[in-house]
Design a protein around this ligand. Structure first.
Ligand SMILES: Cc1cc2nc3c(=O)[nH]c(=O)nc-3n(C[C@H](O)[C@H](O)[C@H](O)COP(=O)(O)OP(=O)(O)OC[C@H]3O[C@@H](n4cnc5c(N)ncnc54)[C@H](O)[C@@H]3O)c2cc1C
Length: 415
């Protein structure tokens, strides 16, 4: 290992936490390798319509970071890549990385002729399966890298051949076998992020029985201009504009049978999403069913502002049951814990505010690290956890955490 590689820092995960850590370390003069599982960097914020509390588009902040990455020769990015093993100790790690085939090389100009040529489709992962995309696809229109992907399901088929024949630049490479990388680095930062809690596990909400029950992450896509409905909020079941929208807080959260912890951002996400409804469907009725509203620090002002609009009805209740009706509407049952009254309410679109599960609870770090009972990485370890693998958090906190992780990594490589 040379002194140069010993000083290199590996960042696993290219969401806001990982990008922040990578940029801070690289701008301080260190070599950084960023390994991202998706075909693009940016993480889940790329799928948001707007950010609370300012209601600005997340792409503003992401683009600034992408520009910083592009202008920094010290950062190397591997997409479709995952770490398979880590050995060693701070100052001297050996890490194996598996890069899956993209079947499209860097000659791609994102012209889209490969997609035009194929007819096979797959559920669109960027839109959380709300629509289909061609099996030769650009992950989304502002993706970094801006390069198509051929889905493995068509790589060895006639459809794959059609995509290759249609490409004027020789960019489709059906022989791409991926690669195995071995990296020597001085520090490892784990920024693998979070996954929305699976709502089908909350049986009494009948998520799988009605297309008109969506999750909060799907609702972001329904409001986004580059989403499945070009930003028109529609019921997935019939494309109608909803007239009575319900947001159910703590869907699976603060519940010992599901996620026992509070994800800290879901109340703010629903408040934000109620502003999407107010703006796009001013006639619609909006109800937020909540246990208590958690809006900390400066976000309290945002809560106050939404409340002051008088367009949102707040009902203090943990909804006990959702029953889909033949006409596509949903009956919600619960108890108003402020008045003690039991109620049934009919809505035509229901948004479940599901929480954030750390990816470390679903897929562990291939190294001897410790986790709290919920699967979050604990502090002070040889592999440095950052962002939502440490605790559920909003973007500002992830960016700050990324900066502190970069500093810890710099200290580790200096040992
Ligand atoms: C409905 C909803 C709305 C929200 N709205 C807002 C908002 O308005 N404002 C706000 O501040 N916050 C908001 N948040 C929170 C915000 O999404 C998170 O703070 C942010 O996504 C955290 O970034 P991250 O980098 O930690 O994780 P992620 O965004 O999950 O990024 C992690 C990255 O790591 C990659 N990865 C995963 N596993 C691996 C692996 N094994 N190897 C390599 N790469 C891997 C993933 O593909 C991903 O790119 C919202 C959350 C929800 C649920």
């Amino acid at each position: 290992m040379t002194d140069e590689t010993k000083k290199a820092i590996l960042v696993v995960g290219g969401g806001m936490s990982g990008l922040s850590a990578a940029l801070e370390a690289a701008e301080a003069g260190y070599q950084v390798v960023l390994v991202e599982k998706n075909a693009y960097v940016g993480g889940r914020v790329a799928q948001l319509h707007q950010y609370f509390p300012k209601l600005c588009p997340p792409y503003c902040g992401l683009e600034i970071n992408f520009r910083r990455v592009k202008s920094n020769p010290r950062i190397t990015i591997h997409t479709l890549a995952e770490v398979t093993s880590i050995e060693g100790a701070p100052g001297d790690f050996t890490v194996k990385v598996k890069v899956s085939p993209r079947y499209v090389n860097d000659k791609c100009t994102a012209c889209g002729k490969c997609a035009d040529a194929v007819s096979a489709t797959i559920p669109n992962p960027f839109n959380y399966g709300l629509d289909q995309i061609k099996a030769a696809y650009l992950p989304h229109d502002l993706a970094m890298p801006l390069r198509y992907v051929i889905d493995p399901s068509i790589a060895g088929t006639d459809e794959g051949q059609k995509a290759a024949a249609a490409c004027p630049y020789g960019a489709v490479d059906l022989g791409d076998a991926g690669q195995e990388l071995s990296l020597n680095v001085g520090a490892v930062i784990w920024a693998a992020g979070w996954t929305p809690y699976d709502p089908s596990k909350i049986e009494y909400y009948n998520f799988d029985k009605s297309p008109n029950i969506v999750t909060n992450v799907q609702f972001e896509r329904l409001a986004a201009v580059n989403g499945p409905t070009s930003g028109a909020i529609q019921r997935p079941g019939d494309g109608a504009a909803p007239k009575k929208v319900a947001f159910i807080q703590c869907a699976g959260s603060r519940d010992e049978n599901h996620l026992p912890f509070c994800s800290s951002i879901c109340c703010l996400a629903s408040l934000k999403q109620s502003t999407y409804v107010m703006e796009k469907l001013p006639e619609a009725e909006i109800t937020i069913y909540f246990i208590d509203i958690r809006a900390m620090d400066r976000n309290e002002d945002f809560y106050t502002k939404v409340k002051a609009s008088n367009k949102v009805q707040f009902v203090k209740s943990k909804i006990a049951m959702i029953t889909p009706q033949a006409n596509g509407n949903l009956i919600l049952e619960g108890e108003n814990t402020a008045t003690g009254e039991r109620f049934k309410a009919e809505h035509d679109l229901v948004v479940l505010a599901t929480g954030m599960q750390p990816n470390t609870a679903l897929s562990q770090v291939p190294f001897d690290v410790t986790y709290d009972p919920y699967g979050f990485l604990t502090s002070g370890q040889a592999v440095i956890g950052v962002g939502t693998v440490r605790r559920p958090s909003e973007v500002v906190t992830c960016v700050q955490d990324g900066t502190s992780a970069a500093l810890k990594a710099i200290q580790a490589v200096g040992r």
